[in-house]
Design a protein around this ligand. Structure first.
Ligand SMILES: C[S@@+](CC[C@H](N)C(=O)[O-])C[C@H]1O[C@@H](n2cnc3c(N)ncnc32)[C@H](O)[C@@H]1O
Length: 262
């Protein structure tokens, strides 16, 4: 049964990955993910603390926020005085240029986004002086590519930090169902940002966001790796001499692959 489910999941898309959904809807869904994890939960704040501890511990100053969506990590770190001196580089396969532009205007010199599409599964010149961060994003990679991508970064001396706001368990499944209420609340939760009419349109008039957020959440739970799978992936990297840390909490996972020659 588990094998059949795993096989089926390969064919279940997450809406944020579909090329045909209107940009304004995708933008609203990624804002919803940001609101869920920054405003309705403390996950993004905890993730930013973890990233900051990692980059300070390793003496790095450049953070690649991959699959950034509305760039919540760069937004949080750019606003923090204890993160001064860091360069924040959000990118995405379908870049949210409006959010990136807004961050550049607010934090000139600190946020330096890639305005062109960056596909972290393929683009092959990662910056070897940086730390690569996947915030609620690594599980979007098809399973057969995951070890390959980890290898590409770590073999160049780039530490990889993977932060997931869910776990492959029943509690996370039920948490996803509450996303429907979050989708209804979104237009009120983000009154401080441009795009108010767009949010009312996609959350209330055409209530696609509350439905998509539940669907994408459930598919994520099915795609996420458990600790044993992270350890198997680590074993596949041994020739590159990488250290693995896995921390799990209630509906969260913090995973770090650190090459020893960093
Ligand atoms: C669930 S959203 C997370 C957005 C953001 N990191 C956050 O936490 O709010 C996943 C994001 O990953 C991006 N993505 C998925 N696969 C990607 C790939 N291969 N390369 C770059 N971005 C990708 C999607 O476009 C989407 O914006």
């Amino acid at each position: 049964m588990a094998h059949i489910l795993k096989w089926m999941v390969r064919f279940l898309p997450e809406f944020t990955d579909l090329a045909w959904i209107p940009r304004s809807l995708k933008h609203t869904v990624t804002e919803m993910i940001e609101a869920a994890n920054s405003r309705f939960r403390s996950f993004n704040r905890d993730a930013a603390d973890y990233v900051l501890r990692t980059v300070r511990g390793l003496g790095r100053t450049r953070i690649l926020e991959l699959g950034a969506g509305a760039a919540p990590l760069s937004r949080m770190l750019a606003a923090r005085s204890d993160a001064e001196g860091l360069e924040l580089v959000p990118s995405d396969r379908t870049p949210d240029r409006a959010s990136f532009q807004e961050l550049v205007a607010h934090y000139p010199g600190r946020v330096n986004p890639c305005f062109e599409p960056v596909d972290f599964a393929q683009d092959s010149e990662p910056d070897s002086t940086a730390v690569a961060v996947f915030l609620s994003t690594f599980h979007h990679l098809p399973e057969p590519l995951r070890v390959e991508v980890l290898k590409r970064f770590t073999s160049r001396g780039i530490p990889v930090v993977i932060l997931e706001a869910l776990r492959p368990d029943v509690a996370s499944f039920f948490l996803c169902l509450t996303g429907f209420i979050g989708g209804i609340r979104l237009p009120f939760a983000m009154l401080d940002r441009p795009g108010k009419l767009r949010r009312f349109f996609w959350c209330w008039f055409v209530p696609a966001v509350p439905v998509i957020i539940v669907w994408d959440g459930v598919v994520s739970v099915l795609r996420l790796w458990n600790e044993a799978q992270w350890r198997t992936a680590h074993a596949a990297l041994q020739d590159t001499d990488v250290e693995l840390e896995v921390e799990e909490g209630a509906c969260v996972q913090f995973v770090r692959f650190t090459p020893r020659r960093v």
